[in-house]
Ligand binder design. Structure first.
Ligand code: UDP
Length: 404
């Protein structure tokens, strides 16, 4: 098939180069590369955000990236990109008028707008993956949400008009149903991780003088790192490592670091809390393998790669029971789920895990098995392809995807 992916702000080239790649860049790069390996002709359309970018790039992973001129050829924050999506769509329409793909898969809501505009009237099916939903973000962030106000209504329109929606977790399908999406037009295909790198230490778990707990991720309030710090007060002896955020030279001017340091002081755990700053993604597996438990307790989470990486490395995660975590972490088997915003529940879960090494070991083995069986990109690309084939054969009827 000729498959065109649209990813307006997140270029897969950033993921291949390893610079500043977020989840969507990695997702699009893995999907495009995996589909190309399976023999498909894959083109990714992303916004031209740098004058030095050639119009067309053929990647060593076997797919093509086309840079679409829409808006200024410089970095523009994604919450300011909406005004350029009409032009993005016009460019796609021009491109597809003489060379239509078999299907289009849009990533993020604004790509959906451009893709729908580009494919209008052509009969080419358009599939949608949201990666995150504006209504969930608004519910949790309120006035601090900087998304354009139109986002929530546009997402509901896109969900209804897309030929199929590929969600990354079952909680998202429930949100989409409330937005008016008939369940038969949604499939769940989760995000994968790099299983060649995220794997357990073959030498087993090292003996440590003091138990170690890890939080890793962007240092933003909604990730709930303060909840892990407060929990530490009720986990005697343990040390908490916090990876993510700015480099040490910028800590004094970073408001989130200052807030978390104040929480650690107030909770009486400053001497057991260590900020590591941003850890290179290549070094993340080794960091996971150096700890006993990973804590990831955000207020909400569209998917949540961290617990999957932790399980793949053989480290049980303690997670908030929200969003993607409800699918990724099997409670009591591959990790523990606790209510969000609940330091006492986090402390209890971590204490239990630390106090019962045999149980932790069983959970570690189950987690490795689960991560390898469910979050392998190769399998997830095949599952996505199954949905594509259903849509091409019978647009607007899709069912299933894999198990969540
Ligand atoms: N990460 C990293 N180094 C850091 C902090 C985070 O490599 O210092 C990676 C982490 O391993 C994971 C990703 O950033 O792959 C975070 O993904 P997640 O889905 O948990 O959260 P997001 O940032 O997409 O909201």
């Amino acid at each position: 098939m000729r498959i065109d992916l649209v990813s307006e702000h997140a270029s897969p080239l950033a993921a291949l180069g390893g610079v500043d790649a977020g989840g969507q860049n990695v997702h699009v790069a893995e999907l495009a590369g995996g589909l190309a390996r399976r023999g498909h002709d894959v083109v990714v359309h992303t916004r031209r955000d740098d004058t030095s970018l050639p119009q067309v790039v053929r990647t060593s992973a076997g797919f093509t990236v086309e840079h679409v001129p829409a808006g200024p050829p410089t970095h523009v924050p994604k919450d300011h990109l909406l005004p350029y999506m009409e032009e993005f769509g016009r460019q796609l329409a021009k491109r597809w008028a003489h060379d239509p793909p078999d299907l289009v898969h849009a990533h993020f809501w604004m790509s959906g707008l451009a893709a729908q505009r580009g494919a209008a009237g052509s009969g080419v099916p358009v599939l949608q993956t949201f990666h995150a939903l504006g209504r969930v973000k608004r519910r949790h962030q309120g006035a601090e949400d900087t998304s354009p106000p139109e986002r929530i209504d546009v997402e509901a329109d896109l969900a209804r008009s897309a030929d199929a929606v590929i969600a990354t977790c079952s909680d998202e399908v429930a949100e989409l149903a409330e937005m008016g999406l008939p369940p038969e037009r949604a499939a769940v295909v989760p995000c994968g991780i790099d299983l060649a790198r995220f794997r357990p230490d073959p030498r087993g778990v090292p003996v440590r003088a003091r138990p170690r707990v890890l939080c890793i991720g962007r240092l933003v309030e909604r990730k709930g790192v303060d909840i892990a710090i407060r929990a530490l007060a009720d986990v005697p002896d343990a040390e908490l490592l916090i990876a993510g955020g700015p480099p040490p030279a910028q800590w004094s001017s970073d408001p989130e670091v200052a807030r978390l340091e104040a929480v650690a002081l107030e909770a009486g755990v400053a001497d057991r809390t260590r900020f590591l700053g941003q850890v290179e993604h290549d070094r993340a597996p080794q960091l996971y393998r150096s700890v006993d438990v990973v804590v990831s307790v955000p207020w909400y989470e569209p998917f949540g790669t961290v617990p999957v990486e932790a399980m793949a490395c053989g480290v049980p995660p303690v997670v908030s029971a929200v969003g993607g975590h409800l699918d990724t972490v099997i409670d009591g088997c591959t990790g523990l789920r606790v209510p969000p915003h609940d330091p006492a529940a986090v402390a209890e879960a971590v204490r239990e895990l630390l106090a019962r090494p045999r149980w932790r070991q069983e959970m570690s083995e189950a987690g490795v098995e689960w991560a390898r069986s469910r979050y392998d990109w190769n399998k997830l690309v095949q599952e996505t392809e199954v949905v594509y084939r259903q849509v091409v054969a019978a647009p607007t009827v899709v069912s299933g995807g894999g198990a969540p």
